[in-house]
Design a protein. Structure first.
Length: 395
């Protein structure tokens, strides 16, 4: 059966000629009647020439492109794309790294699968759909993952209730769509973590900070560490393994604090008294802190989920970093991050610069940080670069 068609307005194919994977609603001239949400359609330029195949969806992004050549979106397609994603991670030394069975297998547009996230935790893959098209294809995708991973993945958990908000009749309930297991512990760089894919944020763990946590471990020895917005406590665990004198973890969520405490106990003896957790607002906690810590981690949730929130987000980053810079000891290290896709590298740097000026401290950049190789950014889709970080030395 032939795919339904969508035609673009004149000159609205230019970004597609550069392989950008999104078609916005304003570029559409006409489309076939009765195209349903998530349906695979073919896209044509104003002259009537084929240009792409993708998933249709109502909203600002009307089509997420799956292929720029005529390609059936079938089992063979899913297998080939997921195999390509695995091959890249194998080449980067991630998929088969010793002492690590936590990694991202599919990263949306970065793997030419826009709207799809798949994270691997031991023998379980957690799949998250950000488009109706990926939701409708979840069973075929799960089969392809199990086949491509050749015995390394035995369970596929589907977790999209928070990303799609579909009507009840669409069958969007989270749960295992292949296999099933009560085991939720996985390993990152030789450290063990409880993964809460049932109720946790994203797929249950922030894999994108793996390399940055490893760098933090390098700086932690002999320092008093404050981990703000701790969530799973992963930065805290790495700091303790790095030889920190003390580690305090702070989050406004009691559930996050409970998970942090579980991960500390999973990796360290019960008589290791270096760690303490606090369920408290980050800004209030920093207000009460002065010259206590000589290593602080600021890894807040996204302050800007869309461009309209950008001005307030930048003010928020400035305010948060100013509080940390005012309270941290001289000769200290500050790890500071933004995961807001709407905030670019320069905007985040400017927000931290403003905080540094207001603090009247001498601040030097030691590292500029970003997302790891299993969160690749397509050169044709620079919007995929979302994680920004700085390591600062503060006098």
């Amino acid at each position: 059966m032939k795919n339904k068609k969508l035609q673009l307005k004149p000159h609205k194919d230019e970004s597609l000629r550069r392989f950008h994977p999104w078609i916005f609603s304003g570029a559409v001239a006409r489309k076939d009647d009765d195209i349903s949400e998530g349906e695979v359609i073919d896209v044509y330029d104003a002259a009537g020439q084929f240009i792409a195949t993708g998933h249709y969806q109502t909203g600002t992004i009307t089509v997420r492109v799956l292929s720029f050549t005529p390609t059936p979106i079938d089992d063979q397609f899913w297998h080939a794309r997921i195999q390509s994603a695995l091959d890249m991670r194998t080449a980067a030394g991630i998929a088969e790294a010793p002492q690590n069975n936590i990694f991202r297998l599919v990263h949306g547009e970065g793997d030419r699968l826009p709207g799809l996230i798949i994270d691997c935790y031991g023998r379980t893959a957690v799949m998250q759909a950000h488009s109706m098209g990926m939701h409708l294809s979840r069973q075929a995708i799960a089969r392809a993952v199990v086949d491509v991973m050749k015995g390394r993945i035995e369970n596929v958990y589907y977790k999209s209730e928070t990303t799609l908000h579909l009507p009840q009749n669409q069958g969007n309930e989270d749960g295992f769509i292949y296999g099933g297991t009560p085991d939720s512990v996985a390993m990152e760089n030789g450290l063990n973590f409880h993964i809460d894919w049932l109720r946790g944020q994203k797929t249950g763990f922030f894999i994108d900070q793996r390399e940055n946590r490893k760098l933090l471990q390098h700086y932690a020895k002999g320092r008093r560490v404050l981990n703000m917005f701790c969530y799973t406590g992963a930065f805290s665990v790495y700091a303790m393994r790095g030889g920190a004198l003390s580690v305090h973890s702070v989050d406004s969520s009691e559930k996050a604090i409970s998970l942090t405490d579980k991960n500390i106990r999973l990796n360290f003896d019960a008589d290791d008294m270096r760690h303490q957790s606090f369920c408290e607002d980050a800004f209030k906690f920093l207000d009460a802190t002065q010259d206590t810590y000589d290593l602080i981690i600021l890894d807040p949730p996204a302050f800007a989920k869309h461009r309209g929130a950008l001005p307030n987000a930048l003010k928020g980053y400035t305010r948060l970093n100013l509080k940390a810079l005012e309270s941290i000891k001289p000769g200290s290290i500050l790890f500071t991050f933004s995961c807001s896709q709407a905030v670019n590298q320069q905007q985040f740097l400017n927000a931290v610069l403003t905080a540094a000026v207001k603090s009247k401290r001498h601040v030097r950049i030691l590292h500029r940080l970003h997302q790891p190789a299993d969160h690749p950014v397509s050169i044709y889709h620079p919007e995929g670069e979302y994680l920004k970080g700085l390591v600062l030395y503060v006098e």
